[in-house]
Design a protein around this ligand. Structure first.
Ligand SMILES: [Zn+2]
Length: 320
């Protein structure tokens, strides 16, 4: 992990927010990749750097317009989820209105608002240069507890169809429970958008899984021909092999909100997607037990001290 952070430092010093921008041959699918919107999640940033270095070094032809960028540079530098405010909860209608019109008040310009302004600028420039109709957005994340790789989307047909092609399970109604994600903003500028969670923050294997997902998306969208992708089938089987539920769809039933000043602690040992029964004690909050309000699968249990999502309960909604 030391090596991961020293690589991140080098990248932050030498690069701007954009890791790579490849205009390709000017047609094909437009794909935007983001990583590190949570600063304690460096894995996706390194994976993007590795994949795009490979594409550039091998001079691989690109049929599409690609951009890969860093989300929260400041928080990455500090190795924390965010500095003042969660940058992946700030893309609300109200803030977008400020971005595109009235602007932020002086006192609102915290480190994350500044990141937001720069990211929007970058996206607007990317949009202005697009030729094709098809747009894909992938936001790369990792989790605080052990997890199989999975995706989450907002409830939109275009994103649903796209996520179903990937050899991993996905949660299809994130927007009902989490507001203001960057994905939500990209949905509304007509991208097929997914959040991809590779595995644990500190697990070096998360980088490999992020790389596999990046190659899959590049291959499936036709942006890069399969023959140029190193071990395309291997990328598929790596992700599929790690999951009990490839191509399966889950919905969130419940989100446990952690209030600002409360002391929330998950009981040890919960694994993402683990089955839980109604009434089971999952955590303590201010010394009192927190029980599962429904039976289902536990999702994203919080094992770090920053974040307001204590845990979610999900259930499978597809047939078969
Ligand atoms: Zn994250």
């Amino acid at each position: 992990m030391e090596k991961v952070w020293s690589d991140i430092e080098k990248l932050l010093i030498h690069k701007n927010r954009v890791i790579t921008e490849l205009p390709g041959n000017g047609s094909g699918t437009a794909i935007a990749f983001c990583a590190g919107i949570h600063g304690n999640e460096p894995s996706g940033v390194l994976a993007l750097k590795n994949v795009f270095n490979y594409i550039e070094q091998k001079n691989i032809p690109v049929n599409g317009q690609l951009v890969a960028f860093i989300g929260n540079r400041n928080a990455l530098h500090r190795k924390c989820r965010y500095c003042k405010e969660d940058l992946n909860r700030m893309w609300t209608a109200e803030n977008i209105k400020k971005l595109h019109g009235s602007g932020f008040e002086e006192h609102e310009l915290n480190p994350e608002a500044l990141e937001m302004i720069e990211i929007d600028d970058l996206l607007q420039k990317f949009l202005n240069n697009l030729n094709g109709e098809e747009r894909i957005f992938v936001d790369l994340h990792t989790t605080s507890s052990p997890s199989i790789p999975f995706a989450a989307i907002d409830q939109l047909p275009q994103s649903y169809k796209f996520a179903l092609q990937l050899p991993i399970p996905f949660v299809s109604n994130l927007n009902e429970f989490i507001k203001g994600t960057l994905m939500h903003y990209l949905d509304h500028i007509k991208f097929k958008a997914i959040v991809f969670e590779a595995g644990m923050h500190d697990d070096p294997a998360s980088i490999q899984k992020h790389e596999a997902m990046i190659w899959l998306v590049l291959g499936m969208s036709g942006a890069i021909e399969e023959k140029y992708i190193p071990n395309y089938k291997g990328c598929f089987t790596l992700l599929q092999g790690l999951s009990e539920h490839p191509h399966k769809v889950f919905n969130i039933l419940y989100r446990h909100n952690v209030e600002d000043n409360s002391k929330f602690e998950m009981l040890p040992g919960f694994i993402n997607f683990q089955a839980v029964d109604k009434g089971m004690v999952l955590a303590t909050e201010n010394g009192r037990p927190v029980v599962a309000p429904n039976s289902g699968n536990i999702f994203m249990p919080l094992y770090q001290n920053q974040g307001a999502d204590g845990f979610f309960i999900i259930e499978r909604v597809d047939e078969g």
